[in-house]
Design a binder for this molecule. Structure first.
Ligand SMILES: CCCCCCCCCCCCCCCC(=O)SCCNC(=O)CCNC(=O)[C@H](O)C(C)(C)COP(=O)(O)O
Ligand SMILES: Nc1ncnc2c1ncn2[C@@H]1O[C@H](COP(=O)(O)O)[C@@H](OP(=O)(O)O)[C@H]1O
Length: 274
């Protein structure tokens, strides 16, 4: 399972542009009338469908659960890998395997591993929120500058606030918030799954992956697949091709900053990476 996860999490970044491309082809080949009829007929295609409500509009409430679960897993496995004596299962008096007691603990190194990685994940979380905040400021202002508005009459410049006011967000160039948001949060989890599976294999710690670890990885993967399903609907039934392309492109802002730029900031390297 770990090996498959390492492979698919490495390839995941290709899925979203392919969805935009396939969705564009379908939206060209299938008439707008047919797509609009299907959108109005099938519940799963409507904005109010339960998947969209729970896994898109409330994604900022569920995403931290998976992010910090993977963070804790990474910290735990890095902590174990830094111990001199890993807990090797040994047969005992028939009461199931017990573990060697840890020896040669190096408190300083143990603490440094935990504190450094905790700082790393705190920084990743803050950076994700900051970059998404700025991205949605950009998306919403482009919409307003291109003549868009909210039908609630409040004059809000936020699509989210407009929706909460039960208004209609119409009239402007509407870069896909679903693609921008769901690709960003998905790519962060894919990157964390990749880093974890690669570390477990590199440190030969596959035997530490118990049923609880596997359950965490499987549930996270299922949610990522649900977000891919939601984006198939977005890719086929919503937005213009350019709005989806730009939304998808903006979906890589967080992964690029967090996993390619941040690790290369020398000033922070000693504080965030071990
Ligand atoms: C190098 C060290 C860096 C550390 C960072 C230091 C600075 C930290 C500051 C962090 C705080 C930032 C303040 C902003 C906090 C937020 O606003 S977080 C929320 C960001 N916004 C989103 O996540 C928007 C999500 N969008 C939605 O949910 C949308 O409703 C939707 C689902 C995409 C649907 O879009 P519609 O257009 O409404 O259809
Ligand atoms: N997968 C999906 N399922 C249902 N509705 C979707 C969707 N993707 C986008 N939409 C809808 O398309 C509109 C623009 O979405 P976004 O800008 O976030 O990509 C939003 O509708 P509303 O305008 O009714 O809120 C959103 O709910």
């Amino acid at each position: 399972m770990i090996r498959q996860l390492s492979y698919w999490s490495k390839k995941a970044y290709l899925v979203y542009p392919i969805q935009v491309l396939v969705g564009a082809i379908i939206s060209i080949l299938v008439s707008a009338e047919t797509l609009n009829y299907q959108k109005k007929t099938y519940t799963l295609l409507k904005s109010s469908n339960v998947l969209n409500i729970i896994f898109a509009y409330k994604a900022n409430k569920i995403w931290p659960i998976f992010f910090f679960s993977l963070a804790l897993l990474q910290i735990y496995f890095h902590y174990l890998a830094r111990l001199d004596v890993l807990p090797m299962p040994i047969s005992s008096s028939g009461t199931g395997s017990t573990y060697l007691s840890y020896s040669n603990r190096r408190p300083l190194l143990k603490n440094r591993v935990i504190t450094t990685m905790a700082a790393q994940y705190a920084c990743k979380f803050l950076l994700k929120n900051l970059l998404l905040f700025l991205s949605f400021q950009f998306i919403d202002h482009v919409f307003i500058w291109t003549g868009g508005q909210c039908s609630s009459g409040s004059g809000t410049t936020s699509a989210e606030k407009c929706r909460l006011e039960k208004g209609k967000w119409y009239g402007g160039f509407d870069i896909s918030g679903h693609f921008c948001f769901l690709v960003n949060i998905s790519m962060i989890l894919w990157m964390e799954l990749h880093l974890f599976s690669r570390f477990v294999q590199a440190e030969d710690m596959l035997w530490v992956v118990n049923k609880w670890v596997r359950a965490c990885l499987v549930i996270t993967s299922v949610v990522l697949l649900i977000w891919i399903c939601i984006l198939w609907i977005t890719a086929i039934y919503y937005h213009t091709i350019l709005e989806k392309m730009l939304g998808c492109l903006m979906g890589y802002i967080c992964p690029v900053f967090i996993y390619h730029i941040l690790p290369r900031i020398e000033l922070l390297h000693d504080y965030l990476y071990i």
